[in-house]
Write a protein that binds this ligand. Sequence first.
Ligand code: SAM
Length: 275
Amino acid sequence: MKLYRELAGWWPLFSEPLHYASEAEFIHKVLDDFGNGPRQRVLELGSGGGNNAFHLSAHYSLTLVDVSPQMLGVSRKLNPLCEHIEGDMRTVRLGRAFDAVFIHDAICYLTSEQDLHAAMRTAFEHCRVGGTALFMPDFVCETFVAETKHGGYDSGVRGLRYLDWTYDPDPDDTTYIVDLVIAMREANSEVRVVHDRHIQGLFAPSRLATPAQRDRLRGAGYCRSLAARSICCQTPCLRQPSTQEKVDGSDQETHRDRPDSFCFELDCLNDLSSR
Ligand SMILES: C[S@@+](CC[C@H](N)C(=O)[O-])C[C@H]1O[C@@H](n2cnc3c(N)ncnc32)[C@H](O)[C@@H]1O
């Protein structure tokens, strides 16, 4: 994805911390409400430009993992006090446990159940006994809506605007498409337009508790938590409209409910640590 690689330097004009304020608040509430013991050390997998971290670093000591060194560079500037580590959420192993682990919109980039479970396994491996793992995809099957959005910001002589066109050509598979058209204006007023296609994953949290899913999750260490204490959080969470959208008021659908995060308390760690 160009946005997270060669265009990463434009990320602050694509999305700013305000864009993530209400979702960061939701994450803070979940981490406070679930689990037990201290809530100090928190790991975010797929931390991107660090917009969540910008808000959450007031409450936690954060370790931020992302597969893109360019996005980590953007986040370092915004969150100089956070620990930043390059790694893939499916495979990274830091050799230590945290009070909580969460994956927000980055989990959308996992498009197969195998990859999804690998990332859940990573979360599990890094969560202490009694800790909390939280997964917050943009959509799950039950909440998917085709939509278009736009946004972007100016900063000095640079400006960016984007159109985000989200649709699902095949409702029977586990993916949907986000086509981004990104226009960037440089100091010389030339506008460059780039098309960036993001293939994203679409899964049903309700199906995670079926016997077949449970078998697969057993391999990821989630059997006990699913059997005994699985929790599906259904708290609505609104993404803030961007400044541009608020200024011109022309956006048709600038934000939407995000009701289906799913969250497991990892009290199964005791069992696993004795294996
Ligand atoms: C939408 S951005 C995340 C924005 C972030 N929530 C924030 O607060 O700024 C998605 C990020 O997921 C990262 N990503 C995608 N696949 C990944 C993977 N397998 N492991 C780690 N990071 C991944 C991308 O590099 C990108 O930085």
